[in-house]
Design a protein around this ligand. Structure first.
Ligand code: FCB
Length: 451
């Protein structure tokens, strides 16, 4: 047996998102979000399910924290619902909303857990969508105002922040593919949204550092190493273009002040709404890079794709060599190693936090009440071993956040996909630690595990 060990001070955590767990969708002055509207629209979410109640964490966050303590965790990545803070996305601050996040944060600190908030995990105030949403340039300024409000409100308690969660997912799914809120299907909307989000990232970064220059500010990007489907040079180039579009479209603007060369015909600058001076405004010298990763991506050359990249991913998520989760995503631990090493090489060894990684399996309580989700344990063992190998090979990875603490509202899939280390009984809101939660908790306590 060998031992996998992590460096001293390595953070062990879980990640969640406001709309997926909080519920209380119109309590204490909260405004409507695009996810409230989307989920309330028939036909958008499987089984017409909504996050109205979700895991009721708005009322049960102390139970959530007790579970994290039971697992010996020392970092909690959660997100702040913008419409709780500014119900219409602009103007006056809703004190009760701020108060909730102060209570949550204080309780985390008391439990010895680092509060690690994300400012935006997809729940845009509906009023801003009505004014044009992310394709509308003004949304960037609104977001920077909100970032300033929030960092002022929690700045005495929190020093590590993330600006966005998975900008390439929420823009593509929300504006081009239409299966996430707000459900639009337009390449022009996507192109404009992607630029506004980059502007918002730059402007929010500046606003946050103006509040406290010693804040540690990053962003959480969805990443997946792109492998060519075949041996041809065309496939190899297509895989590289896909990498630029999906993995670094929100990273190169921040760190290098330019868009990566993803499009065959050059940057569609006019369609994106790029103005003079914007390439300065999108800069954000991030203090760390958050990586959300679930599997790898196999890419082939193909003309007539929806983006105009002449590249498309092959098949469902991942390749064909590993087992699949219940979501159909290939389990391929080396994807995390490859991605961390690529970013380490390309961006001069940035500080990295794994901000999401996990799997959906529906294993429930046996007759004895025990939840034996051994496939999830295997998943975490494999991916954590990959992280440790990347650290041994020179990457600067400071923490790992399992997606997710408890089974929750999985966007357009509703509650069917269970990603939790904790089982959620949707009738009673009862929470039960799964065997994977016990395993993860022991690894956290020992800062390592046997393989
Ligand atoms: C990521 C999201 C997260 C969760 C997982 C499964 O793309 O950031 O909210 O839904 O996928």
């Amino acid at each position: 047996m060998a031992r996998v060990e992590f460096p001293e001070g390595f953070r062990w955590g879980t990640a969640t998102a406001s709309y997926q767990i909080e519920g209380a969708w119109r309590e204490d002055g909260k405004g409507e979000s695009i996810w409230d509207r989307f989920a309330h629209t028939p036909g958008k979410v499987k089984g017409e399910q909504t996050g109205d109640v979700a895991c009721d964490s708005y009322h049960r966050y102390t139970e959530d924290i007790a579970l994290m303590r039971e697992m010996n965790l020392n970092s909690y990545r959660f997100s702040i619902a913008w419409p709780r803070i500014q119900p219409d996305g602009r103007g006056a601050v809703n004190a009760k909303g701020v108060d909730y996040y102060r209570r949550l944060t204080e309780a985390l600190l008391e439990a010895g857990i680092r509060p690690f908030p994300t400012l935006y995990h997809w729940d845009l105030p509906q009023a801003l969508e009505d004014a044009g949403g992310w394709p509308e340039r003004d949304t960037a300024a609104r977001f920077a105002d909100y970032a300033e409000i929030m960092t002022r409100a929690l700045g005495d308690l929190v020093d590590h922040w993330m600006i966005f969660n998975e900008p390439s997912i929420f823009t593509v799914m929300g504006y081009l593919v239409g299966i996430h809120a707000p459900g639009r299907k337009s390449l022009d909307d996507l192109l404009r949204a992607s630029h506004t989000v980059n502007l918002a990232q730059g402007q929010a970064f500046q606003a946050m550092k103006a509040v406290r220059s010693d804040f540690t500010v990053g962003t959480a990007l969805n990443m997946s190493p792109c492998e060519p489907a075949g041996d041809s040079a065309e496939d190899a180039e297509a895989a590289e273009r896909w990498h630029r579009m999906v993995n670094v479209w929100y990273l190169d603007p921040a760190l290098r002040g330019r868009y990566p060369e993803a499009f065959i015909d050059g940057l569609p600058a006019e369609r994106m709404g790029i103005q003079d001076g914007d390439l300065e405004r999108i800069r954000a010298p991030l203090d760390f890079l958050g990586i959300n990763l679930y599997t790898r991506t196999i890419v082939k050359h193909q003309e007539g794709d929806p983006f105009g990249l002449h590249a498309v991913p092959v098949g469902p998520m991942g390749g064909d060599d590993g087992p699949r989760t219940e979501f159909g995503w290939e389990v391929w631990p080396n994807a995390l190693y490859d991605m961390i090493m690529r970013v380490t090489a390309d961006y001069d060894r940035p500080i990295i936090e794994v901000t999401e990684n996990g799997c959906s399996y529906g294993d429930g309580p046996g007759a004895d009440g025990v939840i034996r989700d051994t496939r999830r344990i295997d998943f975490y063992r494999g991916f954590l071993e990959a992280v440790s190998r990347a650290i041994d090979d020179g990457a600067d990875v400071r923490g790992y956040h399992a997606w997710t603490l408890l089974d929750n509202f999985e966007w357009s899939e509703g509650f069917e996909q269970r990603f939790g280390l904790v089982w959620l009984d949707r009738e009673t809101q009862g929470r039960t630690l799964k065997e994977s939660g016990r395993w993860y908790g022991q690894a956290a306590a020992e800062n390592g595990f046997e393989v």
